[in-house]
Design a protein around this ligand. Structure first.
Ligand code: IPE
Ligand code: IPE
Ligand code: MG
Length: 246
């Protein structure tokens, strides 16, 4: 567990070694609300501020790809009221924030399954937001929604079979080319908040060599200074990729 709470700005961050892709498991909303005697949904609402500050911090420090885990393929197991809230909340967040993100040069993308359980209205807002921001290049914000790492691998295998890929031709390169976004670089840094030490089915294929940073900050309390702290921690690590330090 890393203490990310130092009240520092960009001090100590090497601008030449900024992680290209940062991915966040935004966890702890329910516990944040419970601590305050509020309903769990109040924690999700409070998470919006954390998300926007993290996006702005990522832009400030020069992160090119930011991926956030908003709803997993397992989150359908939650009580129907909470699931319904999350669907509406994500829809309204998109509508309220997309112009601001567009103005900042953020390209919005969604990764995950578009299955029948995702309300049509939300799918429509997703498509509009993706279309609106398609040409932006300052940063790509990928929202993982109804996303599961195993589901992504299952879908990649199915699409390889549908394309008639022969067994002898299967390679890491071919599998990668059938993932949801083949152009997305693997995450350099994965941050999970709320003190849980697990991946919870996030980006399983892509995070093979990511640096993992776990923090006990609950997501609604997460701010850019925590992101900067995680980047400092990332820069202190040796990435060997199975080789030897050079
Ligand atoms: C993360 O917070 C948001 C989603 C999974 C949608 P949680 O809702 O998991 O909050 P905790 O982990 O119960 O505190
Ligand atoms: C992971 O958090 C999914 C998201 C943050 C969207 P969960 O709260 O669903 O994960 P578990 O249940 O603690 O593993
Ligand atoms: Mg959780």
């Amino acid at each position: 567990m890393v203490d990310l709470d130092a009240n520092l700005g960009l001090e100590g961050i090497d601008p030449k070694r900024i992680p290209v892709h940062v991915a966040c498991v935004m966890d702890g909303n329910g516990r944040w609300a419970k601590k305050r005697g509020l309903p769990r949904t109040a924690g999700h609402t409070a998470g919006e501020e954390a998300l926007m500050d993290t996006i702005n911090g990522a832009l400030e420090v020069g992160v090119k790809w930011l991926t956030v885990y908003a709803f997993s393929t397992e989150n359908w197991k939650r009580p129907p009221d909470e699931v319904r809230f999350l669907m509406r909340f994500n829809e309204s967040l998109l509508v309220r924030r997309r112009d601001e993100l567009h103005a900042k040069g953020v390209r919005i993308r969604f990764t995950g399954r578009r299955d029948w359980r995702v309300p049509r209205r939300l799918l429509r807002r997703i498509d509009e937001s993706v279309e609106l921001t398609r040409g932006n290049r300052l940063m790509t914000l990928t929202i993982a929604f109804n996303y599961g790492g195993r589901a992504e691998i299952v879908d990649a295998v199915a699409s390889m079979i549908a394309d008639g890929v022969q067994a002898s031709k299967v390679s890491e390169k071919i599998i990668r080319s059938h993932m949801y976004f083949p152009d997305m670089p693997d995450p350099d840094l994965v941050i999970r908040t709320s003190g849980e030490y697990r991946i919870s089915n996030f980006l399983l294929w892509e995070l093979a060599y990511s640096e993992l940073v776990f923090s006990d900050v609950l997501w609604p309390d997460f701010r850019r200074r925590h992101l900067f702290g995680a980047i400092r921690e990332y820069q202190s690590r040796d990435r060997r990729y199975g080789g030897l330090e050079v």
